[in-house]
Design a protein around this ligand. Structure first.
Ligand code: NAG
Ligand code: NAG
Ligand code: NAG
Ligand code: NAG
Length: 189
């Protein structure tokens, strides 16, 4: 009898946690009246939250990386990022396809061979941006990034990024705010 009640309690608890997770997911919405033109141009990735177990060994190598967002008339975007790789400076381009919701994009991840969504949750365009990748929040795929127009941001914005990542279930250890800027600022240089 007691065992049975205990099992019921466990089931209910687990189920509530699952429902709660669903609730958090539903809350990830893009910035109101998102303006892609204003979001375009150069950004630094000042913060990264990424809880993938595979990524743990790489955490200490993360630097503030450079990126550039271009947009077309249709509302699609390309993100070019530069960073130090095994063979020196490397760049990678992500093709972000617009969705019906301004501020939300889709792209195909070559690495994981799945379609991922990108949501610009918050940005004031001239200073910072808070971007969620894979809003279903799955350890292997989901990331929160803090973008800055400059490589360092006000403490309050960094704290907001940290709080937001924690609220989505990211572990404290997975939230990285590197001190050093990657020296690569152009492909192959
Ligand atoms: C970013 O892209 C725009 C549009 O293509 C280009 O004019 C600008 O030079 C690029 N910035 C960098 C740093 O590459
Ligand atoms: C993205 O890059 C591709 C390939 O270079 C180009 O054809 C496309 O016009 C670019 N789109 C945007 C939105 O910059
Ligand atoms: C937006 O960016 C400007 C800097 O360009 C800054 O002065 C302002 O405080 C920022 N607004 C918010 C809400 O963070
Ligand atoms: C972050 O969370 C802490 C603890 O809940 C709170 O005291 C602080 O004001 C929050 N900071 C921001 C910028 O939201």
């Amino acid at each position: 009898m007691f065992l049975c009640l205990f099992v019921m309690f466990l089931v209910v608890t687990v189920f509530s946690v699952m429902l709660w997770t669903q609730c958090i997911n539903a809350d990830i919405q893009p910035q109101q009246d998102f303006d892609l033109q204003r979001f375009s141009g150069q950004w630094y990735r000042v913060g990264l939250a990424y809880d993938s177990p595979e990524f743990v060994p790489w955490r200490s190598y993360v630097q503030v990386s450079n990126g550039n967002i271009t947009s077309d008339m249709d509302g699609n975007a390309n993100l070019t990022v530069w960073g130090t790789g095994l063979k020196g400076c490397m760049c990678r381009v992500y093709y972000y396809q617009k969705t019906d919701l301004p501020g939300q994009f889709n792209y195909f991840s070559d690495r994981h061979q799945i379609l991922k969504d990108i949501t610009v949750v918050e940005s004031n365009y001239t200073e910072y941006g808070l971007v969620v990748k894979y809003k279903k929040i799955v350890k292997e795929f989901s990331q929160v990034s803090l973008y800055g127009r400059s490589p360092t941001l006000r403490k309050e914005l960094v704290e907001r990024f940290r709080n937001y990542s924690l609220s989505l279930g990211f572990s404290a250890d997975s939230i990285l705010t590197p001190l050093f800027v990657d020296p690569c600022s152009d492909c192959g240089h």
